[in-house]
Design a protein around this ligand. Structure first.
Ligand code: NAD
Length: 343
């Protein structure tokens, strides 16, 4: 039986993983994040299963190796929270590359529509029997230009949704998809031409703070930014300054660079210490959801299914088609791709 320790396990994780559990696996759910302080909980298990805010740095990897853990199974697509380069040849890492790109792309559009049509304001007003329309003027999406950064699985679905709204789409990708029919442009052109910019690229050294004071300066006045990718794509302080300067028309954020200390937890009875987040949330043109874009029934089912399949395959054959390593990250096309084994 393969023993799996789940970290940062929430009620919806426990439900979906228990529903898909078979007698090949023995599972234990820990509410806490995986970190150097909690890694000892993994003792006696074969694999750890982690999510976006578990920090698997060098020290945690060393401890996992000492505990004879064979596999880090990410139950998400992004893997910026794992030191993949350090893990190479020490411990294998698998992920769920696609569980429902529709969930994330649709959430990005939901945020955009909510923001520009002021649905969040209207909802609060009508619940209070305030039927005034004052201050609720929005704008049509039809005919507007949307810049999409990252044209992988989620980015392309978002592009299709935008086309359905009659929007003009331009996109940037470090590795443009040939024959996709997507109109690619350099980042400076995206900044200069877009009324709306949506981010669907991974967090890497290159994309970290791709939204910063310089890029904001190059954007159109009133631009709407949507980030459902990873928080650190956006320099939050620069974003705040851009909003205060009336340069940024609205920001729709499902992710935030310092989210690991706050997102997924209930702080409604507490004082939040993060001044930047508090100020962003206080802005009438900022909508924050707490890394919720993936959260659909279909996605949870696929996450549980693929995670168990990855773990099963790894312990049976010593490889997995969903293994990640830093080589893939560096050259985009993994030379080992077809062998499904990184080392
Ligand atoms: P994907 O791998 O299919 O696509 C990513 C695209 O980004 C690829 O086309 C790649 O070429 C491109 N890219 C790589 N480096 C780039 C760079 N420097 N600049 C521009 N583009 C670059 O991934 P996906 O499934 O579409 O997911 C995209 C991102 O969405 C993930 O990396 C993850 O961070 C995020 N995500 C968020 C949630 C959520 O709940 N908010 C859920 C799933 C994924």
């Amino acid at each position: 039986m393969i023993k799996i320790a789940f970290f940062d396990a929430k009620d919806y994780d426990i439900n979906s993983f228990n529903k898909n559990l078979t007698d090949e696996f023995e599972v234990k759910f820990f509410e806490t994040h995986l970190s150097i302080d909690t890694v000892s909980l993994a003792a006696g298990f074969d694999a750890v299963c982690v999510f976006v805010n578990d920090m698997i740095d060098k020290a945690v990897i060393d401890e996992l190796v000492k505990l004879d853990i064979k596999l880090i199974a990410l139950r998400c697509a992004g893997y910026n929270n794992v030191d993949i380069e350090y893990a190479f040849k020490k411990i294998h890492v698998v992920r769920v590359p696609a569980y429902s790109p529709y969930a994330v792309a649709e959430h990005a559009m939901a945020l955009l529509l909510t923001s520009i049509r002021r649905i969040h304001k209207a909802y609060i007003r009508t619940r209070d029997f305030n039927f005034s329309l004052s201050g609720l003027t929005g704008f049509d999406l039809h005919g507007k230009t949307v810049g999409v950064v990252g044209t992988g699985k989620i980015g392309r679905i978002f592009i299709d949704i935008c086309k359905g709204f009659g929007m003009n789409v331009i996109a940037y990708d470090k590795f443009p998809a040939k024959d996709s029919g997507i109109e690619y442009a350099e980042l400076d052109e995206i900044w200069a031409k877009s009324d709306i910019i949506s981010f669907h690229c991974p967090l890497t050294k290159e994309t970290e703070h791709v939204v910063n004071a310089d890029s904001i300066e190059k954007m159109k006045k009133g631009v709407v930014l949507i980030n459902t990718s990873r928080g650190a794509l956006v320099d939050s302080e620069a974003l705040l300054e851009g909003i205060k300067a009336r340069k940024i028309g609205a920001a729709c954020l499902d992710v935030y660079e310092e989210e690991s200390d706050v997102f997924f937890h209930d702080f409604s009875g507490h004082i939040v210490n993060d001044d930047v987040l508090a100020r962003l949330i206080s802005m009438l043109n900022v909508i924050v959801t707490s890394h919720q874009a993936f959260l659909t029934a279909e996605a949870l089912e696929n996450i549980a299914d693929t995670t168990y399949a990855n773990i099963r395959e790894f312990f049976k054959d010593g490889k997995s088609i969903n293994e990640v390593c830093y080589v893939c990250d560096k050259i985009a096309t993994c030379p080992q791709e077809h062998k499904g084994k990184c080392f």
